[in-house]
Design a protein. Sequence first.
Lengths: 113, 114
Amino acid sequence: EADIYQTPRYLVIGTGKKITLECSQTMGHDKMYWYQQDPGMELHLIHYSYGVNSTEKGDLSSESTVSRIRTEHFPLTLESARPSHTSQYLCASKWDGEDSPLHFGNGTRLTVT
Amino acid sequence: AQSVTQLDSHVSVSEGTPVLLRCNYSSSYSPSLFWYVQHPNKGLQLLLKYTSAATLVKGINGFEAEFKKSETSFHLTKPSAHMSDAAEYFCVVSDQSDGNKLVFGAGTILRVKS
């Protein structure tokens, strides 16, 4: 059973709208991540955070922004959605340490029309 | 930088036959390695992880993987495929410069025929 929750699961929205994808975890993990995944493709890291008030851009350039005001909450925001933002967005978290695995939410599938 | 190569983008097996999903990594040290499974419209679930304790790692649902340093491989196997194993599988390695960042392979889609 997932201890990391993403809402909404599916979102269809028009071009130019501002959207926020929610991600919350109840495990007390310091490390949190956002990945972007196109159908049948690998995961690309777009943002990560190693603690409150700490955020970094990932390996894939993204027009989205994130915030980390509380340990358990790591929302992702798109100020002006475009069709090129259509994708699946996966949130994950973990304990510190390279042998600590990632725990994933079920994802948000975003379609921008 | 670390990299992960999953040698097959698609693998098709019959139900009840063995599964082999191949993964090679590049690293100048012994990293942590993971296999994840993703069923349609779901997030990723951890199958197993290698963290230098034992080279043969057993995971959930009958899967196991063997770490071979000389071959820089971490292949995933299962003796007998089940229909419910049909999914996408990702091999993952910890990044050498930042162990809290993980590098994902491109994924292998496993199809199980009845």
